[in-house]
Design a protein around this ligand. Sequence first.
Ligand code: 13P
Ligand code: ZN
Length: 294
Amino acid sequence: MFTQAKKILQKAQRNNYAVPAFGTFNLEMTQAIVRGAVAKKSPLIILVSPKTTQYSGAEIIVSMVKSVVKQEMQKTKKIPVALLLDHGKDFQTVKKAINAGFSSVMIDGSLLAYKKNIALTKKIVDYARQRKVDVQGELGGVPCAQKKSEKNKNKVDWDELMTDPDQAKEFVQKTKIDTLAVGIGNAHGFFKERPHLDWNRLEKIYQKVKCPLILHGASDFAYKNAPKAIKRGVVCFNIDTALKKTFSDNLKKFFKKNPGVYDTRVILDSARQAAQKKVEEKINAFYFPANKKR
Ligand code: 13P
Ligand code: ZN
């Protein structure tokens, strides 16, 4: 059942729980994600980056995800699924994704000057809303381990990246975004987070903006901190690197153990199963419906 991410997240917000969002890049990963969510009966947000839409084509991704969702839910109770373009950086890329059939988009203007971020985000909200697509914006920043050289890997000016609560309030009001990605010391990939996540800041942001908050960089986010984040407005944990790592680690292991196997379906099935296990582990850690004990 295809729906907007905002609908999944507003429901989570009303009921004080969170939902994990998973990044995909191909058929097997999409199947792993959807199978994992169906097995756990968890609502699902599927993330696709602009790199992936460039690699495969936005239309192909949309058809693939819709087909997998249909196939995997034939015999089970339907779970809501949203397909979100993650970290769109410019109008054209986001527009293409909307026109290809994504239910939701993110515009990440976090590297732009504040006023430019507002202008670009607002332009996308105006375009998306007419097409019934919801929009996530970002203010503050979430650094990325892969984009840094080995030497500078752990050098981050965290203060620069922190979301300012007052600015966040103005940002949400001016852009009219549906959900907001925040920087509170979180980081993409296996990267040292700021030693202490800024919980006070998160609380203040939520008090001011009231809209559902998204925590990017949740691949190595400590499971024990999930309830603390949810209490402070986080309704979505974004996970991508952990799945890619599980998938490729499994391929490496498989080749080592089975040097004579060249049936790619057998090889990829093994990685798909490993990724599904990881998806289920993350859902256990981050999906907290009202009836689940913490
Ligand atoms: P990780 O790189 O920590 O998996 O974060 C994923 C993410 O934030 C996707 O937007
Ligand atoms: Zn992210």
